[in-house]
Design a protein around this ligand. Structure first.
Ligand SMILES: [Zn+2]
Ligand SMILES: [Zn+2]
Length: 305
């Protein structure tokens, strides 16, 4: 056997040529010279195969991932190690350097490439919705049969902002394009229904109360024929607050604590604390004027006033 390329004899042959000649022609990796990536200029989401994904990752990371995704290594490579570097940014083009080292047929092979990654800036659908003030849900914060208290609104807003911040990591529509302060309460517009529901869940954990959802048809998706709904979620805080007096099952109680799980009251006859379920809410009656009730000793529970 002899190599038809270099004439060497008595050598190991691969694909009809000697190993030396084979390795000379061998390509360790394939990578396009020009790679382009479309990213959102607001959130860095990346357009890949028609889908926007990976929001909130830095540009450098996007470039490295684009390189990685485009590298193909030969099946003959063993123990390959690949080094990626961004040499410099020229406008929106990253001039990169890729070096691969691997063992091929027992020999060490080093190969370098200098591909360009071009960043095309666009706006993803979530960001364009956000820019347009789009919202899927409105949380109507109200109080049952009374006005909202200033401290309830403050606490609610703290919970809303905390929840939005947390949700934003996985839901880019976790934003609040508008707040309407009305006489009967506050309306919080929320980008996504999913996040609005999360917010209501957290508000309810804190305040208790009852919720009601009313969907309103806003338009029809022409391609699917499906209706597009916007959901109004009314959260009604209880008619009573801590220290209010209430009547329940003909007994008189004072509200001790309220949260999403229960309404804790103190029995004024014996000072026992009991927890009432929210489904009993409608049978709890608020007593506006305690003077009207004469069979209990007021001195027992009023403070120093
Ligand atoms: Zn040869
Ligand atoms: Zn975006």
């Amino acid at each position: 056997m002899f190599c038809p390329e270099c004439g060497a004899t008595d050598v190991e042959m691969i694909d009809g040529i000697c190993k030396n000649c084979f390795l000379k022609k061998f390509q360790l990796m394939e990578i396009p010279e020009n790679i382009s990536v479309t990213i959102c200029k607001h959130c860095n989401a990346k357009l890949e195969e028609g889908k926007w994904k990976d929001e909130c990752i830095p540009e450098e990371e996007i470039i490295y991932r684009a390189l990685e995704r485009n590298i193909k290594i030969s099946d003959l490579a063993k123990n390959e190690e690949i080094e990626l570097k961004i040499d410099q940014m020229r406008g929106t083009i990253a001039e990169c350097y890729v070096e691969a080292v691997a063992t091929v047929l027992g020999e060490e092979v080093v190969e370098t490439h200098t591909p360009d990654v071009k960043l095309n800036y666009s706006v993803c659908p979530d960001c364009s919705k956000r820019n347009a003030g789009y919202y899927e849900a409105v949380i109507q914060l109200r109080a049952d049969d009374r006005e909202l208290k200033e401290e309830e609104m403050e606490k609610a807003e703290e919970i809303i902002h905390r929840t939005l911040e947390k949700q934003f990591k996985k839901d880019k529509l976790a934003y609040i394009p508008q707040v309407a302060k009305l006489k009967e309460g506050n309306d919080y517009y929320i980008g996504s229904l999913k996040t609005a529901k999360k917010v209501v869940e957290h508000l309810k954990e804190e305040f208790g109360g009852t919720t009601k959802e009313s969907p309103r048809l806003i338009s029809e998706d022409k391609s699917t024929g499906k209706g597009l709904y916007r959901i109004w979620i009314a959260l009604r805080l209880p008619k009573f607050v801590k220290e209010d007096f209430v009547k329940y099952n003909s007994g008189i109680y004072q509200i001790n604590d309220v949260d999403g799980n229960r309404i804790q009251v103190i029995n004024l006859e014996n000072q026992d604390k009991i927890a009432l379920k929210w489904r009993e809410y409608d049978s709890i009656e608020k007593i506006e004027h305690l003077e009207g009730i004469h069979h209990i000793k007021i001195s027992k529970f009023t403070s120093d006033s």
